[in-house]
Design a protein around this ligand. Structure first.
Ligand SMILES: Nc1nc2c(ncn2[C@@H]2O[C@H](COP(=O)(O)OP(=O)(O)OP(=O)(O)O)[C@@H](O)[C@H]2O)c(=O)[nH]1
Ligand SMILES: [Mg+2]
Length: 635
């Protein structure tokens, strides 16, 4: 295990305020890697550099300040732990200083440092004024108590102090969690000679190793990690907080674009509909219900239609609300993911939010239950969230489904389920995969089963019980795990008895009237005395002292008791007859050998072909005989 801490520092600030120059002065790496950037002297896209300080390794992400490239800035801002907000001493706070600052705030970036750049261009009075302007600007925000360090990339003044401040802040900021599921939003994809496809990004959670199988979202392609690099060095394992280059086997670099994500294979689902909390900036124009906006999350962007779930017609500046976002393309989004919203046209940042439910169903607008559910997802602890998810799915949900919806680890899902089961709020039902269901859903279903069994007995007083499959149909559709658990509960409570495939009320015996008992005996005797030349049903039934419907039921009882055995749709034998037949065949085998031609079988039993064939097929099924060409072999 590497002991060193990994922290991502991102620049922010207005165009030309000296962000890239500062990154170069700090690290020795010019982050403007594109030829056009060098020629025009402005940053167009993200640039990267590294800085080793005592106890912490910084990955620097340099962003463009130009207002036309805010979308590129957003792709970089998604992974930042610490913002380095840059304000030029000779220019002060400008529009993209504000916009970048708001973006960092909306993304929930926890900490930052403010650099007053180009300090060589200002005397101490003007430096003091810029400092005042900045203090005023960040008051009441996450940057309120951030260090403000004047620096000059040109003279080198203040660089050491800035490095010390960076080190202190980086050690203080909460590190990304390497124990969570691996996720790498991709910011670049290219081919490297001798390697093939390489993608880069900020590893925002978890860890990845060489030879891991990973999945590319939303393309849903499974790929193998052939190699890993960070900061120009080959590594075996990359952890959260590292700028990471992944060499992928099995794909061309053109198939991968910025905005795609690498994650563990087979764990998550993509989504086009999420429920979220959004907040509008104080400067934003009103946002109408059903308005379309630009949605930016991680390195991805999409167009989203916003439905206000509070039922109002619009959201005004500074307001916050639960919304449903419908995206124009599928993305991998998870609860807790922060995003930025920009106006459709003209394109300016208007607000941002956090994903609460990435697998949201459609809602009625202004549904109190939805608001309550989202409130739990937003504010609740693990157990409350788990319980809310399970209770929203009465038919049961699997551990895997919970994991995909929450992005919690296996261990967290399991531990939370066990706590809730202990508190009797949910039931963990046997099955593979394991299913969890609300405790109440299982008791309700057990009650439905009990009712269905009782109804069955009333309608069929002569039958011993209801076959399981039929009972499942009558008690209301439920997953097998739920049915078995509810049935198990009822057996345990001694409310029902399951014998073989039949379910009946406990303490229930079938009572036959005298006529019925006589009829039962008659039928049995009739079949037994007939031996292998069995009578047709109709002729037996005609002789009985009960009506045809009753007779049919008695026949059913005899079949269920296995006194009579059904060989084919219209052939029924008494069990003693079949037993005698087996004995005859065993004797034949010792005396004359195992081979049994059909003619021999007919002679032996004295029955016609009409009975012989179905009977032999029955014996084959029972593995008394086996078919071999035109003959049978007695087993
Ligand atoms: N005098 C002086 N000039 C500086 C300093 N830092 C940067 N500059 C100049 O300011 C101009 C802009 O610097 P960049 O580092 O490209 O600014 P930037 O913030 O990265 O600009 P964008 O990425 O396009 O937003 C360049 O001409 C730099 O040479 C400094 O400390 N002192
Ligand atoms: Mg730049």
């Amino acid at each position: 295990m590497e002991a060193i801490k990994h922290v991502i520092v991102g620049t922010a600030g207005h165009i030309d305020h000296g962000k890239s120059s500062l990154v170069e002065a700090l690290t020795g790496t010019n982050p403007d890697r594109l030829e056009e950037e060098k020629r025009r002297g402005i940053t167009l896209d993200l640039g990267f550099a590294f800085l080793n300080l005592e106890g912490v390794r910084l990955g620097l992400v340099d962003v463009p300040g130009h207002e036309r490239f805010v979308r590129n800035m957003l792709a970089g801002a998604g992974g930042i732990d610490l913002v380095l907000l840059v304000v030029a001493a000779d220019d002060g706070i400008k529009p993209q200083t504000r916009e970048h600052f708001e973006i960092c705030r909306l993304l929930g970036i926890p900490r930052g440092i403010i650099a007053i750049t180009k300090s060589d261009l200002a005397d101490s009075d003007s430096l003091g004024l810029v400092r005042l302007e900045i203090e005023e600007f960040v008051r009441g925000s996450f940057l309120e108590s951030a260090s403000i360090v004047p620096v000059s990339a040109r003279s080198g003044a203040g660089l050491d102090e800035l490095k010390q401040t960076l080190q202190r802040s980086a050690l203080a900021v909460a590190a990304k969690d390497a124990t969570q599921h691996f996720r790498l939003p991709i910011d670049r994809s290219f081919a490297m000679k001798g390697f093939g496809t390489v993608v880069t990004g900020t590893l925002i959670s978890g860890a990845v190793k060489v030879e891991d199988e990973v999945e590319l979202y939303p393309a849903r392609k499974r790929l193998r990690v052939r190699g890993l690099h960070s900061g120009g060095k080959q590594i075996e394992r990359a952890v959260a907080g590292q700028r990471t280059a992944v060499n992928l086997a099995g794909i061309e670099h053109e198939e991968i674009t910025r905005g795609m994500v690498l994650a563990p294979a087979g764990l998550f689902e993509v989504t086009q509909r999420v429920d979220a909390r959004i907040t509008l900036l104080a400067s934003a124009p009103p946002l109408k219900n059903r308005a379309r906006v630009h949605f930016h999350q991680g390195t991805a962007e999409a167009i989203a239609e916003v439905t206000l779930l509070n039922g109002s017609g619009e959201l005004t500046a500074g307001e916050s609300a639960f919304v449903q976002l419908r995206l124009d393309k599928p993305l991998l989004l998870l609860p807790g993911d922060r995003f930025i919203l920009r106006r459709f046209s003209p394109v300016v940042t208007i607000g941002g939010g956090v994903v609460l439910d990435a697998r949201a169903p459609r809602h009625k607008r202004k549904d109190a239950a939805v608001a309550q559910f989202l409130g739990v997802l937003e504010q609740g602890g693990r157990e409350e969230i788990f319980a809310a998810l399970v209770e929203a799915t009465p038919r049961g949900t699997t551990f895997g489904e919970i994991l995909a919806r929450t992005a919690w680890t296996d261990a967290d899902v399991r531990a939370t389920a066990e706590n809730l089961a202990g508190a009797k709020r949910l039931r963990i039902l046997a099955g593979a995969p394991i299913v969890v269901a609300p405790a109440k859903a299982v008791t309700d279903y057990a009650a439905a089963i009990r009712k269905a069994v009782a109804t069955f007995h009333r309608a069929n007083p002569l039958l011993q019980g209801i076959p399981k499959q039929e009972l499942r149909g009558r008690a209301g559709r439920a997953r097998t795990e739920m049915f078995e658990a509810a049935l198990g509960d009822l057996v345990h409570a001694q409310a029902i008895v399951v014998s073989g495939d039949l379910v009946r009320e406990a303490g229930r015996e079938i009572t036959l009237s005298t006529d019925e008992s006589r009829a039962k005996e008659l039928i049995e005797r009739e079949f037994e005395s007939a031996g292998l030349t069995v009578p047709g049903f109709a002729s037996v039934l005609a002789k009985l002292p009960v009506d045809a419907a009753r007779a049919q039921k008695i026949l059913q009882i005899l079949l269920r008791e296995k006194v009579l055995v059904k060989i084919s749709s219209d052939l029924v034998f008494h069990r003693n007859t079949l037993q005698r037949l087996r004995e005859m065949l065993a004797k034949y085998r010792t005396e004359r050998g195992a081979r049994l031609p059909i003619t021999a079988f007919k002679e032996l039993t004295g029955i016609t072909r009409k009975y012989a064939i179905p009977l032999l097929e029955h014996l084959d099924r029972e593995q008394v005989t086996r078919r071999a060409g035109d003959e049978r072999v007695i087993l």
